[in-house]
Ligand binder design. Sequence first.
Ligand SMILES: Cc1cc2nc3c(=O)[nH]c(=O)nc-3n(C[C@H](O)[C@H](O)[C@H](O)COP(=O)(O)OP(=O)(O)OC[C@H]3O[C@@H](n4cnc5c(N)ncnc54)[C@H](O)[C@@H]3O)c2cc1C
Length: 277
Amino acid sequence: MRRFLPGEELGAALDAAAGFARDGIGSVLTELGEQVTTRAEGSRVRDHYLQVLDRVRQRGLPAQISVKLTHLGLDVDRAACLENVRALAARAADAASFLWIDMEESRYVDVTLELFRRARAAHAGVGVCLQAYLRRTSADLEGLLPLAPAIRLVKGAYNEPPDVAFPKKRDVDERYFTLAGRLLEHAARGQARPVFGTHDLRLIERLRQRAAALGAAPGSYEVHMLYGIRAAEQRALARDGVPVRVLISYGTHWFPWYMRRLAERPANVWFVIRNLV
Ligand SMILES: Cc1cc2nc3c(=O)[nH]c(=O)nc-3n(C[C@H](O)[C@H](O)[C@H](O)COP(=O)(O)OP(=O)(O)OC[C@H]3O[C@@H](n4cnc5c(N)ncnc54)[C@H](O)[C@@H]3O)c2cc1C
C-alpha cells in the first residue's frame, strides 16, 4: 500500500504535501472512502475536510482537496450533500485553497454536474472531474465551457459497459486529446482552467505542443498525477515550468480505490504478488 499512500493518517499526507512543496509541487488531498449510507457519515466526512482545510491554512501549504460526492452522502440525501459541498467550497476560499469534485461511476455523472453547477454559482474555487472514456463527455464539456470552468480531465477509472464508455484504450486516448484541445482553446483566452490528470507522458507532451500552438501559456493549465506514480517525471515537469500537483490519498477505506489502481496497470498486480511472496 505504501507504494500509493504516504500513510493512513492525515498527518502523513500533510507532511508529504510539505515535502512536495519544497520541490515546487502542489498537492491535492483526498480521504479515501465512497458511498456512505447515513447522513451522519456524510457530515463526518464534511467535518473532516473542514479540518483539513484549516490545517492546510495553518501550515501554509499549497494544497487543495478533492472529494467524492458519494462520500459526502449523495446516495442518502442530495440536498444535504450539496450543503456539505457548499460548506467546503466556502472554507476552501478562506484557506486560499480549492475544492475539486471527483467523478465516480457513470450513473452519478448527471447529479455530479448538477451539484457542481450549483456550488460553482456561489463559489469560484470549485472544479469538477470529467472522464474522457465516457461517450457523453464531449457534450458535457460543451455544456460547461460557458462557465469558464476548472476541469480536471482524466481517462476514467471504473468498469463501464461499451455503450457508455469507449472500450478501446486507443479511442480513449484520442478522445482525451480532443477534449483537452477544446479546454486549451478556452484556456488560451483565459476562459477555462484545465487540469490534465494523467501519467501518460506521451499525451502530456502532445498537449504541451498543442498548448504552445494555441498560445496557451504553461501556467494556464496544470498536470496532476497520483502519489507514487511517475515521481521523477513530476519533478521534471515542475522544473520545466509546468504547474504540477500530486493527488495524495490517505485513510483506512482504501480497498476499492486500491483495486482501481491495480486494474490500471497489470504490472502493479505482479508487484503486489512479488511483495506478498
Ligand atoms: C489527479 C488524478 C485524479 C483522478 N481523478 C479521477 C476521478 O475523479 N475519476 C476517475 O474515474 N478517475 C480518476 N483518475 C484516474 C484516471 O481516470 C485513470 O484511471 C488513471 O489516471 C490512469 O490513466 P492515465 O491517464 O495515467 O493513463 P494510462 O494510459 O492508463 O497510463 C499511462 C502510463 O502511466 C503509468 N500508470 C498509469 N496508472 C498507473 C498505476 N495505477 N500504477 C503505475 N503506473 C501507472 C503507466 O506507466 C502507464 O503506461 C484520476 C487520476 C489522476 C492522476
